[in-house]
Design a protein around this ligand. Structure first.
Ligand code: SAM
Length: 240
C-alpha cells in the first residue's frame, strides 16, 4: 500500500509536487485508488478524489505505532563515498528520532557553504524516502551541518560521545540508556573515519557529554551509527 506524508484540511489530504508526480507518473495512480497518508504522526486510509490537483478524501484512521518512544538524536560526521547517506537511510529505517550532521577536526571531506545546502537537500530527500519505505509515522528532522563546537551546545537530556579509546574498558551505550524513559532525548555523537582527538573528547566532557563504548571492536563510522540505532531498537523491544 502506497504511503505519503500530506497536509490535511477539512478531511482532504493535499500532496507535495514531487509526491503528486510520483503517484500519477511513477505509480500510475488514478481517481478511486486507496492509499495511506500520514499527517502529524497519525496514519489514515484515504481515497483519491481528484488528480489535478491531486487530492484524497480521508476515510479512516489506521491504528498503528511504529515510532520508537526512546528518542535518539544521532550526530554523525560527514563521511566519504556517500557513507553518510547510508547512515541516514539505515538509521531512519531503524527509528532514529532526528539527525545532526557535523564536521570535526578529523572529518576527511570538507564542504563550503553552497555544498552544505546541496548536501542538506540530498540528506532530507534520503530521509523522507527511507521514512516512507519503512512506513514511519514521521520524517526524522535533520539540522544544518554544524561545527563540532556548535554541536557541543545542542541540548538533550542524555549526552553521549562514542569514543574509540573507550572501546575496551568504557561503559557501553546500553548501560547509559537502560533506565532512560520515554520523555527523554538522548544525543549520541559518532565520529568521522579519523575518529576524535583527545582535546575534542575533553571539550565534550566539559559540556556534559559522557564518553561511551560501542563494544570491544573498532567499528567503521557508518557501522557505528547503525550500531547505535540498533541498540535503541533493542531498547524499544524491551531487550535493554
Ligand atoms: N580512527 C579511529 C581509530 O583508528 O581508532 C577509529 C574511528 S571510528 C572509524 C569512527 C567513530 O566510530 C569513532 O570516532 C567513534 O565515534 C565510533 N566508534 C567506532 N568503534 C567504536 C567503539 N568500539 N567504541 C566507541 N566508539 C566507537
Amino acid at each position: 500500500m502506497q504511503r505519503y506524508f500530506v497536509t490535511i484540511n477539512d478531511g482532504f489530504a493535499s500532496f507535495s509536487k514531487e509526491d503528486s508526480h510520483h503517484f500519477l507518473n511513477v505509480m500510475r495512480g488514478k481517481k478511486g485508488d486507496i492509499i495511506e497518508v500520514i499527517n502529524e504522526g497519525k496514519v489514515y486510509k484515504a481515497i483519491i478524489e481528484c488528480v489535478d490537483p491531486l487530492q484524497a478524501k480521508i476515510v479512516s484512521e489506521i491504528e498503528e505505532e511504529r515510532e520508537n518512544p526512546f528518542k535518539l538524536i544521532l550526530a554523525f560526521s560527514l563521511l566519504k563515498k556517500g557513507n553518510d547517506e547510508l547512515v541516514m537511510q539505515k538509521c531512519t529505517e531503524l527509528g532514529a528520532y532526528s539527525f545532526i550532521p557535523f564536521v570535526s577536526s578529523r572529518t576527511i571531506i570538507r564542504v563550503d557553504e553552497s555544498d552544505k545546502k546541496k548536501k542538506n537537500e540530498r540528506f532530507s530527500k534520503i530521509i523522507k524516502e527511507a521514512a516512507m519505505q519503512s512506513k514511519r509515522a514521521m520524517i526524522p528532522a535533520i539540522s544544518s551541518i554544524l561545527s563540532f563546537g556548535e554541536l557541543l551546545n545542542v541540548e538533550a537530556d542524555i549526552k553521549l560521545i562514542a569514543y574509540e579509546d573507550e572501546a575496551l574498558n568504557g561503559k557501553h551505550l546500553s548501560e547509559h540508556i537502560k533506565n532512560m524513559d520515554e520523555s527523554k532525548t538522548c544525543l549520541v555523537i559518532v565520529g568521522p573515519e579519523g575518529g576524535f582527538s583527545k582535546e575534542e573528547v575533553d571539550k565534550a566532557i566539559a559540556c556534559g557529554f559522557k564518553p561511551i563504548s560501542l563494544g570491544k571492536r573498532i567499528l567503521r563510522a557508518e557501522t557505528a551509527s547503525i550500531y547505535v540505532s540498533t541498540i535503541f531498537s533493542m531498547k524499544e523491544c524491551g531487550v535493554i
